[in-house]
Design a protein around this ligand. Structure first.
Ligand code: SAH
Ligand code: SF4
Length: 378
């Protein structure tokens, strides 16, 4: 049972582990224990992360008996794409089915850059880390359907590799053996800090030279505010960016929409965030969804400005994205602007998401929910 959310996690044991969950060391140990040459581990990793193949047969420099051993003991991808939806020029959603038939989402967002072609835009991948979410924030599609289970590292890494392979076709980066996207955000389904070991293992695999060789500084972990795990992550020795889903600048307001605030109120969350910021020296991000008549008052903006200044944080205001079945509304544009004005006048660095395709946060969780509903209706 998870001590924070009090939910029982559903245990899932795959028939065979996926290679995408292995580290170089763990794979080498298993290879040697089976009587094969240890250096083969490095070759396998090259096929996975540099050449990005999706079949055993493509691993042409591996002896047949070793390939047979691999195939007998591992699977390649633990996730299968079921829907590949390019909703517009900016967002592409991938719905993936897991071995136990659960569905998860991965979203690719392109941020067009001035003066360059669309395929050269900055690309961010938004990954999921749990099936559903146990934290039950009142505005969130992922929380709406409850929690099913934690993902394993292989299931997270493979989301990124699916996207990487898809994008390889449009860029030169595969030839250069570097990832074909620029940023990774843990802002999909689930709470990263409540699947802590998977989060850390995944980041280490992405980071490693033998892995995707992807810098931690280009990875953002978004959390609803699990104070003790924020402190733990600060000491982990991985320099990821941290985004805190604040959504309420006082306990009273935050508690109405985020049950986690009862367990870790602002008195606990803010010092933990400050400790993280001090340790890594990078600006934090505070995410603040604007919901009409819930947290969009100018008083909230003033309180938020105080917190942001204290934490040396950037504020990202996100107009609430409608979720089917929930009653909340997005404030008018005038009200959104007035809110952001208060922040800027208080010398807080603040942005507001306006473009439809940039609503990645809300995008995550919704496709899965919709598909599951449709499947249930059949
Ligand atoms: N569990 C983590 C990460 C996943 S949620 C967290 O809560 O931070 C990623 C972001 O999407 C969070 O900031 C979350 O509050 C936001 N989000 C969820 N539902 C939303 C909605 N309907 N509209 C806008 N943003 C939403
Ligand atoms: Fe879970 Fe984050 Fe959604 Fe809250 S906002 S229910 S923590 S995924």
């Amino acid at each position: 049972m998870c001590k924070t959310c009090k939910f029982h996690s559903v245990r899932f044991t795959p028939q065979k582990p996926s290679l995408f969950g292995e580290t170089l060391e763990s794979l080498k140990d298993q290879i040697e224990a089976a009587g094969h040459k240890g250096f083969r581990a490095k070759q396998v990793m090259e096929w996975l992360y540099k050449k990005r193949v999706d079949s055993w047969d493509a691993m042409t420099n591996l002896p047949k008996d070793f390939r047979a051993w691999l195939e007998e003991n591992f699977i390649l991808y633990p996730t299968t794409p079921v829907i590949d939806k390019r909703s517009d020029d900016v967002t592409q959603k991938l719905l993936l089915e897991l071995e136990d038939k659960s569905l998860i989402e991965t979203v690719l967002i392109r941020a067009p850059q001035k003066g360059v072609g669309q395929e050269d835009s900055r690309k961010t991948v938004c990954v999921s880390i749990q099936v559903g979410c146990a934290f039950g924030c009142k505005f969130c599609a992922s929380g709406l359907a409850g929690f099913r289970r934690n993902l394993m590292a292989a299931e997270v890494v493979s989301q990124l590799m699916h996207i990487c392979r898809r994008e390889d076709a449009h860029t030169d980066r595969a030839r250069e053996e570097i990832a074909s996207f620029d940023n990774i955000v843990f802002m999909g389904m689930g709470e990263p800090l409540s699947n802590y070991d998977t989060l850390v293992r995944t980041i280490r695999i992405l980071n490693a030279e033998w892995g995707l060789n992807f810098g931690a500084r280009r990875i953002t972990v978004s959390t609803s505010g699990l104070a003790p795990q924020i402190l733990k992550l600060a000491e982990e020795g991985i320099a990821v960016r941290l985004a805190i889903s604040l959504h309420g600048a006082t306990n009273e307001v935050r508690q109405q929409i985020m049950p986690i605030n009862k367990k870790y109120p602002l008195e606990d969350l803010i010092p933990a965030a400050k400790a993280f910021q001090r340790k890594h020296g990078r600006m934090l991000t505070l995410e603040f969804i604007l919901i009409e008549d819930v947290n969009d008052s100018l008083d909230q903006a003033r309180e938020l400005a105080k917190i942001a200044r204290d934490l040396h944080a950037h504020v990202n205001c996100i107009p609430y994205n409608t979720v089917e079945g929930l009653q909340w509304k997005r404030p008018s544009l005038r009200r959104q602007d007035a809110f952001v004005d208060v922040l800027r006048k208080a010398k807080v660095s603040a942005t507001i998401r306006r473009e439809k395709g940039h609503d990645i946060n809300a995008a995550c969780g919704q496709l899965r929910l919709k598909t599951e509903k449709e499947l249930a209706d059949v």
